[in-house]
Design a protein around this ligand. Structure first.
Ligand SMILES: *[C@@H]1O[C@H](CO)[C@@H](O)[C@H](O)[C@H]1NC(C)=O
Ligand SMILES: *[C@@H]1O[C@H](CO)[C@@H](O)[C@H](O)[C@H]1NC(C)=O
Ligand SMILES: *[C@@H]1O[C@H](CO)[C@@H](O)[C@H](O)[C@H]1NC(C)=O
Ligand SMILES: *[C@@H]1O[C@H](CO)[C@@H](O)[C@H](O)[C@H]1NC(C)=O
Ligand SMILES: *[C@@H]1O[C@H](CO)[C@@H](O)[C@H](O)[C@H]1NC(C)=O
Ligand SMILES: *[C@@H]1O[C@H](CO)[C@@H](O)[C@H](O)[C@H]1NC(C)=O
Ligand SMILES: *[C@@H]1O[C@H](CO)[C@@H](O)[C@H](O)[C@H]1NC(C)=O
Length: 292
């Protein structure tokens, strides 16, 4: 177990080193991204009416990120809640501080999730879904001020479009919340594909990559063991064959030697060697001493 852990440590150090080398150049700041979404959402919301969820157009290199925004009166949020496809805010939600109008900017980071959001020691297994709430009391501009939501009954739920961990028990998954300034909070996951929260921010599902590395190392051990067994069997088989061949050769040479020693002619019958004498070596001699 001790050597296993030390190998694991070496492996982890190497993989984190590799990921920092390869990832350092294109790590992005999530807070800057939120500011960018805010500014594009402001432009979109200025052109649309209250109550409808509007798609926010983004520059083409962000095209796999999906951003939407909605303007609401706080009274409407309290009575009806809000359904922003993957984010569902139940009724009986208040804003802190009280504002008359607010806007919710919602994003689905899609396949760019891990470019902006990472948790050391864990791997993201779902896209990052996020939302922020801003004051929109000034009807011409989206305020920079973030509004906190205060929940009375049910929590807000995040429904992930997919969680790429079909082979995992839900107890092996964790909900993670990325707050402002790089803060990260974990929560146990209770329902597959759903995280619940009381706060705004960005959310994803993670699995421990430590467990993943352990599983991979265990697989290598098993594969090595099986390969070793197969190798051993092959070695034994080869040994047996070689021994057999050597024995047969020995027998053949011994036969040859004996053949030479006897110096009898041989002939083959079927596959068998038979000694033959071309002539009888001791001629029968008649007893001449018979005197009639
Ligand atoms: C898109 O390009 C802008 C500069 O034009 C850059 O700041 C931004 O990081 C790029 N987005 C992505 C997702 O790489
Ligand atoms: C929210 O909207 C989605 C479609 O956009 C729908 O599938 C889902 O059932 C809605 N949820 C609620 C609670 O209304
Ligand atoms: C993300 O997905 C889009 C299509 O949805 C694709 O065009 C783009 O190349 C993908 N980007 C990466 C980094 O995988
Ligand atoms: C809305 O904001 C603009 C610019 O920030 C300001 O000039 C205007 O007075 C504000 N309106 C209200 C009603 O607060
Ligand atoms: C929001 O958009 C409006 C209308 O385009 C503009 O007047 C205002 O300055 C923008 N506010 C911010 C904070 O960008
Ligand atoms: C998940 O694990 C828990 C205990 O660890 C177990 O009770 C439960 O049956 C497992 N669920 C599945 C689907 O394997
Ligand atoms: C999460 O579950 C573990 C056991 O699986 C428990 O020890 C821990 O207290 C739970 N954490 C929270 C925040 O509920």
């Amino acid at each position: 177990m001790g050597s296993d852990t030390s190998w694991l440590t070496i492996f982890m150090v190497f993989s984190s080193l590799l990921s920092t080398i390869s990832g350092a150049s294109d790590s992005h700041d999530p807070d800057a991204l939120d500011a960018l979404f805010h500014s594009f959402a402001n432009q979109t919301l200025a052109k649309h009416h209250t109550g409808t969820l509007n798609k926010v157009p983004l520059p083409s290199n962000f095209s796999s990120i999906e951003v939407s925004a909605v303007r609401l009166r706080s009274g409407s949020l309290w009575r009806r809640g809000a359904n922003l496809s993957f984010v569902q805010i139940p009724p009986r939600v208040r804003t802190l501080p009280y504002v008359k109008r607010l806007a919710i900017v919602y994003d689905n980071m899609g396949n760019l999730s891990s470019k902006f959001y990472q948790v050391p020691g864990f791997s993201l297994v779902s896209p990052v879904i996020g939302f922020n709430v801003y004051d929109y009391s000034n009807l011409t501009t989206l305020s920079d001020e973030r509004i906190t939501l205060s929940i009375v009954s049910e929590p807000i739920s995040i429904h992930f479009p997919y969680v790429d961990a079909e082979d995992k028990n839900v107890t092996e998954l964790k909900c993670v919340r990325f707050g402002a300034g790089g803060s990260v909070e974990f929560e146990n996951m209770t329902e597959r594909n759903v995280c619940v929260t009381g706060k705004s921010g960005h959310f994803s599902v993670v699995t421990s990559s430590m467990a993943e590395e352990k599983r991979r190392i265990w697989k290598w051990w098993v594969m090595g063991f099986v390969a070793g067994i197969i190798g051993l069997v092959l070695l034994i088989v080869a040994g047996v064959i070689i021994c057999g061949m050597r024995r047969r050769m020995k027998i053949k040479t011994m036969e040859k030697e004996s053949d030479k020693a006897v110096a009898l002619d041989t002939f083959w019958v079927g596959g068998d060697k038979m000694p033959s004498a071309s002539m009888t070596r001791t001629q029968p001699v008649l007893e001449h001493d018979y005197v009639p």
